[in-house]
Design a protein around this ligand. Sequence first.
Ligand SMILES: [Zn+2]
Length: 437
Amino acid sequence: MAQILLRGGTVIDGSGAPPRAADVLLDGDLIVGVGESGAADATDAEVFDAAGLTVMPGLVDTHTHVTLGEPASNDELFFHRQPALAALVAGFNLGKVLRAGVTSIMDVDGLFNIGPALREAVAAGIVEGPNMKAGLYALMTAVGGTAGRMIPDEGTAGYAEVTRNRDEMVVATRRQIKEGADLVKIHVTGSLPTRRGELQVWTLDELKTVVDTAHDLQTPVVAHCRNASSTRDAARAGVDIIYHASYMDEEALEAVVESGAILGPVFTFLANLADFGPKAGATPDAQDVFRNEIESTGAMMRRAYDTGVTLICGSESGFVITPCGHWHAREMQLFVDVLGLTPLEAITCGTSNGAVAMGEGHLTGTIEVGKRADVLVIDGDPTRDITVLGDKSRFRRLFCRGREVDLNRPWPTRSPLPGERVTPWAETALTWELAYR
Ligand SMILES: [Zn+2]
């Protein structure tokens, strides 16, 4: 690949340093020069005039589910997916993620064994997509996840792998790592249709069993924790990344600070439902609940940030309310709106902090000599208006591992697949009165 000189842009390097005017020189898959005036010897380079534009690292989304097929319901996700089609759809959706300026993702859990397979396909150049770290099924006890009674008593279903006791936890963890998982995810809280909120459904000892087994195999553990006690116990067990950490209390925050766990609030899914749900025909029931969850979690998350806890951005992309390629930048906006971070601080969370959380801080996440050429050039100043990062019409150039992404192609669209969606017989009961009165 020839050299490309991005000349005269405003560089936001992702480290938290203030923006500065600089040239950036790309050579193959690496950044080889960052500096004032010409980035040294770039005589053969293709020169791109970036004056008035922002040059920054590609976005890092640390919480996606690209294999789920953007389901509108758990029924669909648990009963209407087949491995081969799901894998092809995942490849299609991954391309949309890249087009949204995202050059690295952590796909935390998903269907079948697609995540690691997709990662290998991307690395081999078979599928176009961002650099990936991938999990397999989320480990659950039989009370798990956000699917209530759909979680079986044993085996796998949807995104869940049920582990009934500590022996099964060890076996499942080792098997997932053997099958190529970069991380092991645990759903520490689960929901039941008869109860409000999510309950902690793993004991501290059970969590430690998975964490110790995974760490022995040099594999990090991430956890879904939507209450205070689960966040506390996940931190105490040595979980590396805690997602949601909803309703954190003093004890939970203390445990997080002490353990050095990274936090990813993943506000985007909740905020999308709360702010725009009705536009997508979502039921309005949960709007206030989710708004409250964001607000009460936000206050403690801000304290965690001030105490030095590393925060990362994740979008929960892969559901109907967070389709791939649309919402990857919104978490940064919510860090500004809810946590009161400056846009520059939020960008650090959404770039270099994410790369560190993926174990790739030495490879990507900043505009620095020697880092991978994961670079986004955008018409706008995200330090003034962070929302420009979600507006793909402003993207001017995008490089992932040095390969340019063609932004001029039309946005990928597709038709529905047979049997992909649950089709209700009707929206409402056809009573005699409805028919005749
Ligand atoms: Zn998730």
